[in-house]
Design a protein around this ligand. Structure first.
Ligand code: AMP
Ligand code: MG
Length: 337
């Protein structure tokens, strides 16, 4: 509940940066994956906006059910089938997320791995709020998963979207790209309803299209150490800004903070990084790479900048030191209000 309240304050602080507007603005808030999603559109077509929002709401409800990693739905059924060595047929949406996850896994050198759901669950993150004071899993249990090397590439998908796994230890968890996917879906629906100037903000992770009445949208980059923003950016046309961090979901046990991003090579939560931010037109890519950058850490995050040919990315270490690519640093300086 506390984390939920904090999210609301955070969104308020970030959206405050975009609040002043010099023209008509439609605005609605929805909920998906436990996150408030704020949709703003610089339009005077209230009816198109309302139609778009009804469609987005419906899609979000389906997504929430189908993509949930631990509540009853299609993904949980798929994971149960995989564990039992059975084939299971899925929606186009899940098939596409599996394909993209396999691609991200390969390009991030395994740092992004949507097949490590067993580890995420073992560390206590398959609950709405992580239970504080919960003991870490045993070395033996972690080793069992690591030895099996679960990977999205263990899955094969036929032309009818029927999924078969060669590895029963695979359990899919799309937590690392779900918000990016939801944001992309919302933008596609807005465009279908001819809304070309909009901002979709899922708890500080966002994508914008077009402009805000002839001016860029002014947004904040999430501050991993508290409320508000660590940097400001003018964004326009088609850009997503996604931040992953160890501050979002965690369990404190005997003075150690175990956070929700797991290093697939050790099976343990990542330490040493406060947050990573990626700017890219595709919200799913930005979301996946931000998660992978937290795993890569201070010494290797630039590998991912190179692998994805990113111009704008940033990493904040646990001491608060900010590492950025030069184009993003220059842009944040220029955007400061
Ligand atoms: P994000 O907030 O986008 O960084 O996503 C974090 C969520 O992704 C976690 O809560 C897990 O559900 C999942 N996750 C944790 N570690 C990884 C990883 N190494 N690769 C992919 N997904 C992960
Ligand atoms: Mg992510």
């Amino acid at each position: 509940m506390l984390a939920f309240a904090r999210k609301i304050i955070l969104i308020g602080a970030i959206m405050g940066l975009t609040a002043c507007s010099s023209g008509p603005m439609e605005q609605r808030t929805l909920m998906v994956f436990g996150t408030l999603v704020e949709v703003m559109a610089a339009t005077d077509d209230a009816s198109a906006f309302s139609d778009a929002m009804s469609e987005i709401e419906q899609r979000f409800q389906t997504m929430h059910r189908d993509l949930h990693a631990w509540k009853p739905g299609m993904l949980v059924d798929l994971n149960n089938a995989i564990a039992n060595g059975e084939t299971f047929c899925v929606s186009d949406e899940i098939a596409e997320l599996i394909r993209r996850s396999a691609e991200f896994e390969q390009l991030t050198g395994g740092r992004f791995n949507a097949a490590i759901g067993k580890l995420v669950g073992m560390w206590g993150f398959h609950t709405d709020e992580p239970v504080q004071g919960r003991a870490p899993p045993s070395f033996l249990d972690i080793a069992k998963v690591l030895e099996a090397k679960p990977s999205a590439s263990d899955l094969s998908i036929d032309e009818r979207n029927c999924v078969t796994s060669s590895n029963p230890m695979v359990a899919l968890d799309f937590g690392g790209i779900a918000k990016g996917h939801a944001v992309n879906v919302a933008i596609d629906i807005l465009r279908k309803h001819r809304i070309e100037n909009a901002l979709v903000n899922a708890g500080g992770d966002l994508r914008v299209i077009g402009m805000k009445h002839g001016r860029p949208w002014h947004i904040g980059i999430k501050n991993p150490f508290g409320e508000g923003a660590i940097g400001e950016l003018d964004v326009l046309e088609d850009e997503s800004v996604f931040t992953s961090g160890n501050y979002e979901r965690f369990n404190d046990y005997e003075g150690v903070r175990y956070a929700h991003i797991i290093d697939p090579s050790t099976g343990r939560p990542v330490m040493g990084v406060a947050s990573a931010t990626v700017v890219h037109p595709d919200a799913v890519l930005a979301d996946a790479v931000a998660t992978a950058m937290v795993v890569a850490g201070v010494t290797r995050w630039k590998d991912l900048v190179a692998a994805f040919k990113l111009r704008q990315a940033m990493l904040v270490d646990e001491d608060g030191q900010i590492h950025t690519t030069t184009p993003l640093r220059e842009r944040m300086k220029a955007s400061r209000k």
